[in-house]
Design a protein around this ligand. Sequence first.
Ligand code: NAP
Length: 459
Amino acid sequence: MRVAILGAGPSGFYAAEHLFKQKDLVIEVDMYDRLPTPFGLVRGGVAPDHPKIKSVTKVYDRIASNPRVRFFGNIEMGADITVESLRDYYHQILYATGTQTGRTMNIPGEELEGSHSATDFVAWYNGHPDYRDLEFDLSVECAAVVGMGNVALDVARILSRTPEELGTTDIADHALEVLAESKIKEVYILGRRGPVQAKYTPKEVKELGELADAEIVVRPEEVFELDPISQEELETAPDRATQRNVEIVQEFARREPSGKSRKLHLRFLVSPVELIGDDDGKVAAIRVVKNKLRKTDSGGSRPQATDEYEELPVGLVFSAVGYQGVPLLGVPYREDWGIIPNVKGRVVTDPESERRVVGEYVTGWIKRGPSGVIGTNKADSVETVECMLEDLAMGLYLGPSKPEADAVEEMFVNCKPTRFSWEDWQRVDEVETTKGERQGRPRVKFTSVDDMLDAREDS
Ligand code: NAP
């Protein structure tokens, strides 16, 4: 059986791994990626100061070393090949394309200069080729990051680190240069609910209190006086993480000022309502409303605006309110959920009718939405692959007219000579890591596809 996996990120690799575990089946996998480089969010999303998380790529290297997997990098669906034509080459197609864009806050002023999606900033500092030319004006003194998830914390932390702290990471050189000149003194992280409902994880929030030259500031009244809804949620929380999150921010609130040059404010129960611009159309302030919590019918909690407003004089705003998917031409898509509709990974035309698209599957964030850590994708991909195997056993798969492995290779030789193989990526990887070693960094990233193509030719 020949399988095309679209997207060479974590969920794609975990799916390939589980496919190869089937001892009684000969399965060949072609992994496609829009970029010449593999690893998806591990390369383009994980914060540069979190190198341990990135070491998971060793597992993916091992999976890629299987002779039954081929990498087709620098191949863009829609532009270089259509999903429709892939159906001529494969028995099954697995979409593992992730969620590439940021959700918007939908408030007035969001279009002002200085208002950005956190996902753009993350892709920029991680050297994603599509984002390298973005500009972020860090000559302002105050910035706000909206959202209380780990992405918000990543962005706030990168804004608050010293050039020395960043200088030992694999952050893109262009970002290092701009961040080294940053004039930012205050960063506000704004959560619309309380410390009990924050989406970040304990390790990540604790790290905010350990930065070299930025001190964490938490208002005691926002973290000690829990409302009854929060109190109940804390007492019934399924694990210790919520308790730890609260303990950590309470410890922050007890801290005395340390005199560090930057301040990182964690603010709870405030929602952005408007970005206020100056005469030049640049962000000059963010207007927030104080919230209280109300219980939902399903037992959760939602923020409810009060009539108390506040203006924070910030010149930069990053909205870190979640990622969402991008539709693929010819593949069903649920605009409102930002995912490919599916039942346990089997693509359906819409979730209500559960009408199957035979031979097509989905895994990772584009299957379930942007949640969980990298490892969460493993179980997710196993679930999808089990469905693929069940269907295969029942004879439910595509009927490709050109199922030979060479056929697709030949097609690309003619129409996309710049396609990257795994060996091409390994050459680029070696150049990046060798450069990095000389500078005491894990790697110095190429941030343009042309430079990667040159590096492939040179080495
Ligand atoms: P997230 O964890 O879902 O957090 C999104 C945040 O945005 C929540 O605090 C949410 O508040 C808030 N929000 C949503 N809509 C809003 C609005 N209109 N106004 C104000 N706030 C709003 O998403 P994420 O931070 O993008 O992270 C995505 C996934 O990647 C998560 O599973 C995360 O843990 C993971 N990740 C992990 C790491 C790591 O392990 N180090 C690093 C980065 C990302 P509500 O809770 O009230 O909805």
